[in-house]
Write a protein that binds this ligand. Structure first.
Ligand code: PGA
Ligand code: ZN
Length: 431
């Protein structure tokens, strides 16, 4: 039936019911084949779902993922403690629900409920509210004017705890595409760099099988600086061909290399040990030589001081804390006070709830830090972080380049860019 002009005044917005009718949790698998937790949140008008990712090189100060270490215990807790409290409440009261999750848990690190249960319920609830309103998640969370698409920071060569055998000690060799007019163009440049690096590795590593690590990055038998040379070469070629400025970045994940008894970083693949001073020299040398745009966790998770020293030495590189801050407000606050880093990784399941992640992001932005919404090495096909990156105004998303669990986020951002049409704008990365 077509509406006549005169009918318009009679149309009323139908009140949407976001009242939660049911919450269920089940065991599913992540990209490493590990058990994980998936939560369904059913409202009178909709349905939301979220599943939890998992880390391999986790920060010590992250919340506890599962009570007594098991997904089964977390599922029981969702059924026994969370569902009875949340049923009957409105899914669009995110802060109240997240606060309630803290109250139900009653500990500082979610060890009772499990951070991953809190994460899946918190995000599943937001998803259910968005679906109930018939809105995309990012718009439900941040409103009509949330239109900035993040740059995709992509993992190209993997080592450390994300790969096996004689791979580099450094965990991630990354590409960051800048000066691009669209997300699609940026994602395409990343794929081109991944492919180019693959063919360069065939020549550099005679034993190369095209094997890949946890995040879809190549896992070759080469040393750290060989990997950097190849990255630089591939970025130069793709930049030239595509017009996108592809820059090299690193996630050292230095806590994995740090031996506290010996007080040094052990680079087993390269056969080198470095104390804290030598580590600063090494990193600042790489920064200059490879014109790095990004460097994550160059020091172990307790060494705020070295982070501050390195940050003072450069204005043209994003110095990022992942294990250092673990998305935690207090740890970030301390970093801000002493000038440690200028960038922070946001992984919601490091703190448990969406509200916690949002508050940390707000604090970072107030202090002029760049924020990066991030996947984890053990992912699920969930694409929520694509929406969270826009909603939380993160100018960068770190979510890999290839592989189904990585591409699900990339493709969702491509769809979102298309949906926003003329309103879409690439976020600004301050470099
Ligand atoms: P994860 O770490 O294995 O803990 O997800 C990835 C990263 O260090 O960025
Ligand atoms: Zn990291």
């Amino acid at each position: 039936m077509r509406l006549e002009e005169g009918d318009k005044h009679r149309i009323e917005r139908i009140p949407v019911s976001t009242v939660i009718e049911d919450i269920t949790a089940r065991k599913t698998f992540n990209s490493r084949g590990e058990e994980t937790l998936e939560v369904d949140v059913i409202t009178l008008a909709g349905f939301g779902r979220a599943s939890a990712p998992a880390g391999a090189s986790k920060g010590k100060a992250e919340v506890i993922s599962y009570p007594q270490g098991t997904v089964d215990r977390a599922i029981e807790k969702v059924a026994d403690l969370v569902a009875p409290e949340l049923i009957g409440r409105n899914a669009d009261e995110q802060e109240e629900i997240d606060l309630l999750l803290h109250e139900i848990d009653g500990t500082a690190n979610f060890r009772n409920l499990g951070g991953n249960a809190a994460y899946a319920v918190s995000l599943g609830t937001a998803d259910a509210a968005a679906v109930s309103y018939g809105m995309p998640l990012f718009e439900y969370l941040a409103g009509y004017f949330a239109n900035e698409i993040p740059h995709p920071l992509g993992n190209i060569i993997g080592g450390g705890k994300h790969a096996y055998g004689k791979t580099p000690d450094i965990q991630e060799f990354l590409v960051l595409p800048l000066n691009t007019n669209s997300f699609y163009e940026a994602a395409k440049a990343n794929v081109s760099v991944h492919r180019k690096v693959g063919s360069l590795l065939e020549k550099a590593d005679k034993s190369f099988t095209k094997g890949r690590g946890d995040e879809g990055a190549w896992a070759p038998n080469i040393k750290n600086e060989e990997a950097l040379e190849i990255m630089l070469k591939a970025c130069e070629v793709v930049s030239e061909e595509s017009g996108v400025d592809c820059r090299v970045g690193l996630d050292i994940a230095a806590s994995s290399l740090w031996r506290s008894k010996e007080k040094c970083y052990v680079y087993a693949r390269d056969g080198v040990k470095r104390d804290s001073e030598e580590q600063i020299d090494f990193i600042s040398g790489l920064l200059e030589r490879y014109n790095l745009a990004y460097i994550e966790d160059p020091f172990h998770e307790q060494d705020f001081k070295s982070f501050a020293q390195l940050t003072k030495m450069t204005e043209k590189c994003l110095i990022c804390g992942d294990d250092l801050f673990v998305t935690n407000r207090e740890r970030l606050g301390h970093g801000i006070r002493i000038g440690a880093a200028n960038t922070v990784i946001i992984k919601t399941n490091q703190v448990g709830t969406l509200t916690d992640a949002w508050k940390t992001t707000q604090l970072a932005h107030k202090a002029g830090y760049t924020t990066i919404m991030s996947h984890r090495s053990g992912e699920t096909p969930d694409m929520h972080i694509a929406h969270l990156s826009i909603a939380l105004h993160c100018p960068i998303i770190k979510t890999g380049v290839i592989g189904g669990t990585r591409i699900s986020k990339i493709n969702e951002l491509i769809r979102t860019e298309e949906m926003l049409g003329g309103r879409a704008k690439m976020a600004t990365v301050r470099l």
